[in-house]
Design a protein around this ligand. Structure first.
Ligand code: S3P
Length: 176
């Protein structure tokens, strides 16, 4: 069975919804950031501090390569993972990439108190977030096989993803 990979902007609910999908379908769950943190023995914010964003992106790419050879997992990617073609290429055609599409105002509200995401710790957070969101949305859309709105409650979103994946697999002749 191929993996289901959730992609989308920070705060779109990839980890929360991913865990619920895994629970509802009896699959394993991997949070890509947690996977990177465990391998590195450091938090994402420490990796950014010590090695810079480029260092983190290399680790993220390595994690994509390692996770893509596994099967039957639900994977919550980091918000930047599918903005790099090299990561999309690793999964494309093999695993199912699902975008959790959430409007910017909902994201902004959810992340209003965030103190851990390195890309948001800046005085002009609102402007930076809008620019990043506009730049990234088309990249997520072109990477994803499927898109589901993630603005509802997580359990409902998880059910919608499961349903959309089922239909997609039926259409492509892949059995559960
Ligand atoms: C990032 C998103 C984060 C994490 C890192 C970079 C990004 O993951 O990978 O801080 O570039 O959007 P979440 O989407 O889980 O917050």
């Amino acid at each position: 069975m191929d993996n289901i990979i959730l992609c989308g902007f920070m705060g779109c609910g990839k980890s929360t919804v991913g865990k619920l999908i895994a629970k509802k379908t009896g699959s394993g769950f991997v949070d890509m950031d947690a996977y990177i943190e465990e391998k590195a023995g450091m938090k994402v914010s420490q990796i950014f501090d010590k090695l810079g964003e480029d260092g983190f992106r290399d680790m993220e790419h390595e994690a994509c390569r390692e996770l893509s050879v596994k099967k039957g997992l639900v994977i919550a990617s980091g918000g930047g993972a599918f903005t790099f073609e090299r990561n999309t290429e690793v999964f494309r055609g093999k695993d199912l990439i699902v975008l959790l599409d959430v409007p910017l105002d909902v994201i902004r509200y959810r992340l209003r108190n965030d103190k851990v995401r390195p890309l948001l710790q800046r005085p002009d957070r609102d402007r930076a977030m809008s620019e990043l969101y506009e730049k990234r949305l088309p990249l997520y859309r072109s990477a994803a096989d499927l898109s589901v709105t993630g603005a509802n409650n997580p359990s409902k979103t998880a059910c919608e993803v499961i349903e959309a994946v089922k239909k997609f697999r039926q259409r492509s002749g892949v059995m559960d």
